[in-house]
Design a protein around this ligand. Structure first.
Ligand code: DGL
Length: 279
């Protein structure tokens, strides 16, 4: 049996005990996993970080789509009932196409749409967006916001130094503050009401950004809003798990000790990364 879900059909032969797949180009998507675990503690997570191919932010849309197809196949083979694109670069380049391609095989959620919905409901006149080069080049955020609020002024900027800066642990020091100030002092960000952190790495520097604007600008990330949207969809399809769950699993396409070390910055608990070369 199948039921309508947006423009596609979702097969209803899934069960609440199936896991949820979450993926990112690397370990940034763990900020989203933190929120999922907080809001949906009974759900089992299978995480995949494509560390062999990061950063996605510097890749072409075609390359990102190619990687995402393989990752989604892997998560479907792991029997996931829902798959979360916890990477803005991946969601911007590949979400629509992949949802059509894998239509009906799982529920699909991304980090872009819940954030757009939240921000579009506010009474803002001007907003800023910072993200990777791939996300900004796709123009997905600006176009989706303007679709909902044509009168909104939007200033977007690629901020490619932020991902390596965060991964190296430069989060609250003079260097990170200088890089953040350099990007955000651009004229286009003057008088913004809100700033969207359109990269799953950026929640780690949210506090710095709030201070940079002297708490005068609303700063949004995708973490909690994605978990709320997941709950809504799982409830809609009666797929919320209320039984005891299996332990979460964390896979990467290329293992190094330093990736495992860096997960401590992004995730509340110590985790063990398992290498799975899916190519
Ligand atoms: N976390 C990814 C995102 O949300 C960025 C990291 C990368 O460039 O691979 O876009």
């Amino acid at each position: 049996m199948s039921v309508a879900h947006g423009t596609c059909f979702f097969m209803t032969n899934h069960s609440p005990q199936q896991p949820i797949g979450v993926f990112d180009s690397g370990i940034g998507g763990l900020t989203v996993v933190n929120a999922i675990v907080k809001h949906l503690p009974k759900e089992e997570i299978i995480y995949f970080g494509d560390t062999a191919h990061l950063p996605y932010g510097d890749k072409s849309a075609d390359a990102i789509r190619y990687y995402c197809i393989r990752i989604v196949k892997f998560l479907l083979e792991k029997n996931c009932k829902m798959i979360v694109f916890a990477c803005n670069s991946a969601a911007s380049a590949a979400f629509r196409i992949l949802v059509d391609f894998f239509q009906g095989q799982a529920l699909f959620v991304n980090v872009v749409d819940p954030l757009i919905q939240t921000v579009a409901q506010q009474d803002f006149k001007k907003v800023g967006i910072i993200a990777t080069k791939a996300t900004i080049r796709s123009d997905v955020y600006r176009l989706k916001l303007l679709e909902k609020k044509p009168e909104l002024q939007v200033h977007s900027l690629a901020t490619p130094l932020l991902v390596p800066m965060i991964e190296e642990g430069y989060i609250q020091n003079n260097i990170s503050d200088a890089i953040i100030a350099n990007y955000l002092s651009q004229k286009g960000f003057q008088n913004i009401d809100a700033l969207l952190l359109a990269c799953t790495h950026y929640p780690l520097i949210k506090k710095n950004i709030i201070s940079y604007f002297d708490e005068q600008v609303q700063v949004y990330d995708s973490t909690d809003v994605v978990a709320y949207q997941m709950r809504e969809q799982l409830e809609q399809y009666q797929l919320l798990n209320d039984q005891k769950r299996q332990p979460h699993q964390f896979f990467v396409s290329d293992y190094t000790d330093s990736f495992e070390e860096t997960t401590k910055l992004f995730y509340q608990e110590k985790i063990h990364l398992e290498q799975s070369n899916i190519w």
